[in-house]
Design a protein around this ligand. Structure first.
Ligand SMILES: Nc1ncnc2c1ncn2[C@@H]1O[C@H](COP(=O)(O)OP(=O)(O)OP(=O)(O)O)[C@@H](O)[C@H]1O
Ligand SMILES: [Mg+2]
Length: 490
């Protein structure tokens, strides 16, 4: 007896054959379930079809006959193998059975061997059908996963914020993303064309990068800076390697223009600071050498020079303090403590501090520094610095006999401070750079006035940090108005 076992449905409306068939099948190790009608068997299959391997069905039955049953089985459950049983064996009935989808047929009367032989053959067929179905399902699943992966990669490449281009081993362009296309390449590129066919400044730089990869076979990645039309890119070329063979090259670009700008600004700033610091130190040292080397011996002259050294050192100290403020601001260590501050009190104090200086220069003061709401939201120390800078500028850049007018008023949710003077004014061309570090107007009127050019840049930084704004209106040789708006406390 064979070891194969399986589940068989036996369908015959003649009791004697059904019983005999069931018996034989069971005797040979199969599980057999008998049915006297094809309709009942179909009902049963609705639930159990997955576990049934073979059906043995009589051709001639009342209700649904064998042919109809087999046709249905093939349509609904193609992995179940049907065997037809016929009373009169003839070539015609055999052909007809097979045509309607029977895998084998047995004629009545039959011997047990005949039945078992047909069942065993059908079992082998069943195994093949099941395997085939599984393989098909696996293949479909793999294809689906592959499709999904492909579309995922496609989406990632398309959406990538960095320009990307991929070349195959023959240096043909096999992939690039919209971001790459958007660069000013200097030429229009096409898929599957050779990169060597193009000749633009940008493409030539990419070619050079890939060529250095090709020349240096040991490298798997190379980086280079590419510059085109005022834009800087960090280009990374990586070899596409499968089974130790180089299949192509993938170039990804990173726009570093902003970074470069920041780097340049930083360098400019450092050299500017160095320059500004050098001048007062050299001047002071110059005086000190003159005294130490004995060129100046007169006590009064020595005191005068030392006085200048002191002045220069004080300016230097002020500048260093301003720089520290700026650096604190830039590293977000401002530690502003924003709370309601009475601005009229602050203005009063500041004006008192400068009263002496104004008197010395015979500058008249107009003030109107109280409004319905005098409480503004600000940091105490920064506010003092803002007012000091604006008022000291107004006095510093106004000639003798001029006037300064300080006002405070409410405008919606803001408290507005305006400092107006009848001074030298600012030329139109100087306006855009007025609030940048170290900027000082170079006019005949202001050339003798000392300063670091940091005051207004500090004002701007602090006002912005306190959610306010600062603006200026000025007419050269007429005067200026600086206006600061800070949020009111309610
Ligand atoms: N009220 C003003 N009238 C005319 N020019 C002004 C006025 N305020 C500022 N400026 C011009 O703007 C420049 C920058 O001012 P800022 O306060 O930043 O620097 P500074 O006064 O030169 O030096 P610091 O304030 O650091 O001692 C000044 O050098 C001056 O030329
Ligand atoms: Mg100033």
């Amino acid at each position: 007896m064979e070891n194969i076992s399986g589940k068989v449905l036996v369908i015959d409306d003649e009791d004697q054959f059904r019983i005999a068939l069931t018996k034989v099948v069971r005797k040979h190790g199969y599980e057999a379930t008998p049915f006297s009608s094809a309709i009942e068997a179909l009902e049963y299959l609705k639930i159990h079809h997955a576990e049934i391997d073979i059906t043995i069905v009589d051709m001639k039955m009342d209700g649904m006959d064998g042919i109809e049953f087999i046709t249905k089985i093939n349509e609904l459950y193609p992995t179940i193998v049907p065997i037809m049983v016929t009373a009169y064996s003839s070539i015609d009935t055999a052909v007809n059975s097979i045509k309607h989808g029977a895998f084998d047929f047995i004629s009545k009367p039959f011997s047990p061997e005949q039945i078992i032989y047909a069942v065993q053959k059908s079992m082998t067929r069943r195994t093949l059908l099941v395997q085939n179905k599984k393989l098909k399902e696996d293949a479909e699943r793999s294809l689906k996963i592959l499709g999904q992966e492909k579309s995922k990669i496609h989406t990632v490449v398309q959406c990538m914020a960095n320009p990307l281009i991929v070349l195959n081993g023959g240096l043909e362009i096999v992939l690039y993303n919209p971001c790459f296309e958007n660069i000013d390449l200097g030429t229009k590129i096409k898929l599957y064309s050779k990169i060597t066919d193009y000749d633009s400044e940008f493409i030539n730089q990419i070619k050079a990068l890939v060529n250095s990869m090709i020349d240096n076979k040991t490298l798997t990645m190379i980086q280079k800076e590419i510059k085109i039309n005022e834009k800087f890119y960090q280009a990374t070329c990586a070899a596409v390697v499968t089974d130790r063979e180089i299949e192509g090259y993938c170039v990804v670009l990173n726009d570093i223009t902003k970074l470069k700008e920041v780097e340049n600004l930083k360098n400019q700033f450092v050299s500017m600071v160095a320059h500004e610091i050098k001048a007062p130190i050299s001047a002071s040292l110059g005086y000190i050498y003159l005294i130490l080397d004995g060129y100046i011996t007169d006590k009064d002259k020595i005191l005068e020079k030392l006085g200048r050294c002191k002045e220069r050192s004080e300016t230097l100290l002020e500048m260093v303090n301003d720089l520290l403020q700026i650096s604190r601001h830039q590293t977000n260590r401002l530690n502003l403590e924003i709370k309601p501050v009475d601005i009229s009190v602050k203005l009063e104090n500041t004006l008192e501090f400068f009263a002496q200086e104004m008197k010395k220069k015979n500058i008249s003061l107009e003030k109107d520094i109280s409004a319905a709401n005098n409480l503004i939201l600000a940091d105490d120390r920064s506010l003092e610095m803002i007012l000091n800078n604006l008022i000291s500028n107004a006095i510093k850049y106004t000639p003798e006999g001029g006037s300064v007018s300080v006002r405070y008023y409410n405008d919606g949710d803001y408290g507005v401070i305006s400092v107006k003077d009848t001074g030298y004014g600012i030329r139109k061309e100087d306006m855009p750079r007025l609030f940048t570090e170290f900027f000082r107007c170079k006019t005949k009127e202001t050339s003798k006035i000392s300063g670091t050019g940091l005051g207004l840049s500090v004002v701007k930084k602090f006002v912005t940090a306190q959610k306010g704004t600062v603006s200026v209106e000025s007419e050269y040789q007429k005067g200026s108005v600086f206006t600061v708006r800070l949020p009111l406390s309610h």
